[in-house]
Design a protein. Structure first.
Length: 551
């Protein structure tokens, strides 16, 4: 799908036919990637692929307080899982620390940067507001010699955290707050996950981003819209240093998805608070969570392509993502029979102790997928939702006196029920038509209801985990007065401990996807043990509205 960034690149190529389009994906390794990052990954790597260019995988590792090698590994895993690779173009901002330091010295020598000794609160006040200009720091007119001396001593570790920062000397009265002498370097006596204790001063993102882009020869630096007001600073840094080139920063709208949040900071809070079971919880919008839940990477790429690239912020309905998942899974995912909430059904006129095997296609629309044997006997399980003793008018499933089709097997008619000591129905009794084997019969009678089932004697017990959105609110950040954890959907995960599946799934490996007929798509979870199969619901067969806030 063509978009405005394509038009910008095509114009650049017309002006310079020999241009090698070069992009980058620059995540900070301070958490796992979420589906919002997937949009940026697909855009940056996709553009490089379309125009025969290059895309760098660069880690913005300039804040050692929040970053770790664990996150670096996780991010690389996510990008590769999504279907992209960077070949020999894996870089880190920390690769450029010496060059960034040298350019900072250059700015000081050219009187474009100075060491400021205001504390954090004093600096905040001096920057003014959106309606009032800032005021110059009393340290703004330090001599070049004093600034160089202080900056060298900052690097050598002479001063504690917060004692000084290096600031750009731009314009404290600028209407753009980002140009009011922004900080370029701060002191952090914190070991770095790559450089250990070699450095105790670290460059800020806006400064690092611009110069790293220049060092890598990036032609088009693609950012989300919140960086639009940062672009003048991006250009200022490149214009006032001897950077080897001047990339073009272009902004696009970030992805906002209903019923979730797209912020590593907020997702980290959920993980740390124990509101979810880690970054790969299948309810999380992280790529790790979606991978564990069973989402195919092709579905996420398709989703990113469908929503497009625009300059206008927009919220995307969850149903769009779910439909992409269904369309990706439907053609190739094998089918299976399973009952999530079982109730026993006994066929009174079927011989006891006799079993027969039905040959069932692995995929109804793909004969090349082959078939499998599924056992059938006198006692089977059906889903409790498929039986009502007093059904409404348009209920076409099983009820007293009604005949239904057991998928791939026989027609059965309900003739009675058994109840437990509490008066609840515990068993359904039916009779079957022996001439209807395989679902066909000679008398052409019309049967509206078709049920899935599992042989009780051959059923494989399993745990099934069903999912709803993590939040009950369409936009959890809409009301800042409501805490994020107070908007968690209490029914975001329902665990069914007594699901019954056909025995062919007994040795299904972790990550195996299957469609349980009439129910939805499921994936074997990593919690599976030798004696306990655990399935995650990937997506239902059709959309269902999320529940409202509980009363």
């Amino acid at each position: 799908m063509s978009h405005f960034i394509d038009q910008i690149i095509e114009a650049a190529l017309q002006e310079n036919p020999g241009l090698t389009v070069t992009t980058r994906f620059p995540p900070e390794p301070n958490g796992h990637l979420h589906i919002g990052h997937a949009k940026s990954i697909c855009l940056n790597f996709g553009i490089a692929e379309v125009y025969g260019g290059k895309c760098f995988m660069r880690f913005d590792d300039t804040n050692p307080l929040k970053e770790s090698a664990e996150y670096v590994t996780a991010i690389m895993t996510d990008v590769r899982w999504l279907g992209f690779d960077w070949d020999d173009r894996l870089t880190h901002a920390s690769d450029y620390f010496e060059s960034l330091y040298a350019w900072a010295v250059e700015l000081i020598r050219n009187e474009k940067a100075y060491v400021c000794s205001l504390d954090g609160e004093e600096m905040r006040i001096s920057r003014g507001s959106l309606t009032e200009p800032g005021s110059n720091s009393p340290y703004r007119d330090r001599s070049t010699t004093e600034n160089l001396d202080l900056f060298v001593r900052m690097r050598s570790g002479e001063f504690p955290d917060g004692a000084h920062v290096l600031r750009a000397k731009i314009d404290m009265s600028s209407p753009n707050m980002n140009l009011r002498d922004p900080t370029l370097y701060r002191i952090r006596h914190q070991p770095h996950q790559r450089t250990d204790s070699e450095w105790c001063i670290y460059p800020m993102y806006d400064y690092t981003h611009a110069l790293s882009d220049a060092l890598e020869g990036i032609t088009h630096s693609l950012c989300t819209l919140e960086f639009e007001d940062h672009r003048p600073l991006y250009d200022w840094v490149l214009d006032h240093t001897t950077a080897p080139c001047h990339p073009q920063q272009i902004e696009f709208s970030r992805l906002e998805l209903d019923y979730t949040v797209m912020s590593k900071r907020l997702l980290t809070q959920l993980v740390n608070a124990g509101a979810v079971d880690g970054w790969d919880d299948p309810r999380m919008p992280t790529l790790a969570g979606m991978r564990r839940r069973g989402y195919p990477p092709a579905a996420i790429r398709d989703f990113c392509n469908r929503i497009g690239v625009t300059k206008k912020n927009q919220r995307i309905e969850m149903s769009v993502l779910e439909q992409c998942v269904r369309e990706s899974l439907e053609p190739t995912t094998p089918r299976a029979l399973g009952v999530l909430r079982p109730i026993k059904l006994i066929i009174d006129n079927y011989p006891a102790g006799v079993f027969e095997a039905f040959d069932i296609p692995n995929h109804p629309n793909d004969p090349s997928a082959g078939s499998r044997k599924v056992m059938f006997g006198r006692e089977i399980y059906i889903d409790e939702a498929d039986f009502l003793e007093d059904p409404p008018r348009r209920f076409f499933r099983l009820s007293p006196g009604r005949e239904v089709r057991l998928r791939y097997a026989y027609y059965v008619t309900c003739v009675g029920v058994d109840r437990d000591s509490n008066g609840e129905i515990s068993t359904i009794h039916c009779t079957y038509d022996p001439d209807s084997r395989g679902g066909g019969t000679s008398d052409k009678r019309k049967i509206k209801g078709t049920l899935h089932w599992v042989s009780a004697a051959h059923a494989l017990p399993a745990q099934a985990r069903l999912y709803e959105p993590l939040f009950y609110s369409l936009n959890p950040l809409e009301d800042p007065n409501i805490e994020l954890t107070d908007q968690l959907n209490a029914t975001s995960r329902t665990v069914l401990h007594n699901a019954q599946l056909e025995s062919n799934l007994q040795h299904a490996a972790v990550g195996t996807r299957v469609q349980l007929e009439r129910i939805g798509y499921f994936c074997v979870d990593s919690d599976t043990q030798q004696d306990q199969l655990v399935l995650n619901q990937i997506v239902a067969l059709r959309d269902s509205l999320p529940r409202d806030k509980p009363s």
